[in-house]
Design a protein around this ligand. Structure first.
Ligand SMILES: [Zn+2]
Length: 266
């Protein structure tokens, strides 16, 4: 089962690369992929996720132009994330797990696009972000409808928890962006905070935000030490927050012994 999710993730990862490229180039998603340098169509057998990159030794078959490492990295990461979702959140015999697994597959695909786009272009693709917010709200209404009778309090409702978490993170980042006049982070990051809060809920949003600041500080220090970046260099924030979301959702599943610590913070 995990293998199926992994392969599915590799294929979707390849699609997400195309989405990132075409969001920026304003091209139709329906077009066949082509080399950005020589514009020749990519042959179907050169379009196999991961394997083609290795077989072609990272070069275009036609013009020899280097193919970006972004492609295999996004494909492999999407494959691994999908496999994790399939392993920890999906049980084929239990129909009630299907909706959550589907929701996570969609939301992590969206987060992957935002991650790569912000990393490359220092900008958050707002259309994709609103898509994530819309999908979350629809899923929460569906899921609360299913489990309404078993909710102990109003805060157990996914919709309430998500909106509360979204307002906390979105409001906090909005404040930072406004106070720093968009030098620490942009207003786009505030909207991503809103989405992050929706995805992890109010009980986990502090942990996700803390994780993103710790990772961000660590990466910034490493960048300053090993490269010519200075304290003033702009570093995109979205990738850190998305790492925070990922860790908060997956770490307690992968390492159940960590769960008490997670409860401590939430
Ligand atoms: Zn080419």
């Amino acid at each position: 089962m995990i293998i199926i999710f992994l392969i599915f993730g590799l294929i979707i990862g390849s699609f997400l690369n195309a989405v990132v490229y075409r969001l920026n180039a304003v091209e139709s998603l329906m077009e066949r992929s082509h080399c950005p340098n020589c514009k020749k169509m990519v042959r179907w057998f050169d379009n196999v996720p991961l394997f083609s990159f290795i077989l072609l030794s990272a070069r275009c078959r036609d013009c020899g132009e280097k193919i970006s490492w972004q492609y295999p990295i996004v494909e492999a990461s999407t494959g691994v994330i999908f496999a994790l979702i399939g392993n920890y959140f999906f049980d084929i015999a239990n129909f009630s797990t299907w909706a959550l697994a589907a929701y996570y597959l969609i939301i992590f695909s969206i987060l992957m696009i935002i991650f790569v786009y912000d990393f490359k272009y220092m900008e958050i693709p707002m259309l994709i972000l609103w898509l994530g917010i819309g999908v979350s709200l629809v899923y929460f209404i569906f899921s609360d409808w299913q489990s309404f009778h078993s909710a102990g309090s109003i805060f157990d409702l996914r919709l309430v928890s998500g909106i509360l978490g979204g307002l906390i993170a979105g409001g906090f980042f909005y404040g930072l962006a406004a106070y720093s006049k968009e030098t620490w982070m942009g207003y786009g990051d505030a909207y991503l905070g809103l989405l992050a809060g929706l995805v992890v809920g109010w009980s986990d949003i502090f942990l996700a935000m803390m994780a993103s600041f710790v990772i961000g500080a660590f990466v910034s220090v490493v960048l300053i030490v090993v490269s010519k970046k200075t304290m003033k260099s702009q570093v995109p924030f979205a990738p850190f927050l998305i790492c925070g979301i990922f860790l908060v959702i997956f770490l307690p599943r992968i390492f159940p012994q960590l769960q008490p610590y997670f409860l401590l913070f939430s």
